[in-house]
Write a protein that binds this ligand. Structure first.
Ligand SMILES: C[S@@+](CC[C@H](N)C(=O)[O-])C[C@H]1O[C@@H](n2cnc3c(N)ncnc32)[C@H](O)[C@@H]1O
Length: 251
């Protein structure tokens, strides 16, 4: 499969989902409540916003000014259209940008938000790299996958070794946070429903339809198999891993 075809098929498989990773409105609001003083003067940067499910929650539940970035232009366009439709486009703008090369001025955000995205840059690399964008004592709210129990079964361990070998337990993430120069204001796990309701459930429907559509295309079937495996691993071993929401303050 060429990289172009892989990308096209990948985004087709993930199209039309309410969100592009685990998360839910209640958890976004719970994390927002841990950030003090969010108001009309607060400048927020949502990194890896996808189609902006959480960005819109922030916009509708605060008066903050928000810039949201993602490197997939159709997600950015979709978020800008939705911000227009909901009447929040005067203070929410989505832009195409690479989270590894953000060219905003130093100190120009009070709050960085990033749900389910820092992994693609690396946890420490993101925490260290984004820090210069924060005003003094600025906050970061983010989610990261972690082990919940030791000794995961072989199939589960093998999946994560392949997909994200940097997965750790929450205490190790808290140590990394401190080493990167942040204090942890609070942290809590995402509920299992945050994986299923707006993510794996609609993704499962996409996988089934995609498999039928591409019944004669082995490369597409392989992609569907990989995605199905991810969902199946979660169904079998969800007790062993999960996402943790962290709210941090720069020291
Ligand atoms: C798992 S999705 C999470 C999206 C959204 N925050 C949510 O929770 O639904 C990760 C997002 O990060 C974006 N992304 C991946 N690598 C990126 C990069 N280098 N720069 C900017 N965005 C990136 C992807 O396009 C995708 O939208």
């Amino acid at each position: 499969m060429t990289p172009d075809r892989m990308t096209t098929l990948f985004f087709e498989l993930f199209s039309g989902l309410p969100r592009q990773g685990p998360g839910d409105t209640a958890s976004t609001l719970r994390a927002l409540a841990l950030v003090p003083g969010v108001g009309p003067r607060t400048r927020v940067l949502d990194i890896g916003c996808g189609t902006g499910c959480q960005t819109l929650v922030l916009a509708r539940n605060s008066a903050a000014r928000i810039v949201a970035v993602d490197n997939h232009p159709p997600f950015v366009d979709a978020l800008n259209r939705e911000a227009d439709r909901l009447g929040v486009a005067d203070r929410l703008e989505a832009r195409v940008a690479d989270m590894r090369k953000l060219d905003f001025a130093d100190g120009c955000f009070d709050l960085i938000w990033s749900e389910g995205a820092i992994y693609s840059m690396g946890f420490e690399a993101g925490l260290r790299g984004w820090r210069r964008l924060l005003a003094p004592r600025g906050h970061i709210a983010l989610t990261e996958v972690c082990w919940r129990k030791p000794d995961p079964p072989g199939e589960c361990a093998a999946f994560w070794k392949q997909e994200y070998p940097a997965i750790r337990e929450a205490p190790a993430l808290l140590e990394a946070i401190a080493a990167c120069g942040y204090d942890t204001v609070g942290h809590f796990p995402l509920p299992a429903s945050a994986w299923w309701d707006d993510y794996y459930r609609p993704l499962q429907a996409n996988v089934t339809a995609f498999r039928q559509r591409y019944a004669d295309a082995p490369d597409a079937r392989e992609l569907a198999d990989q995605c199905q495996h991810e969902i199946d691993v979660w169904r079998a071993y969800a007790d062993f891993y999960g996402y943790e929401f962290f709210v941090l303050r720069a020291r």
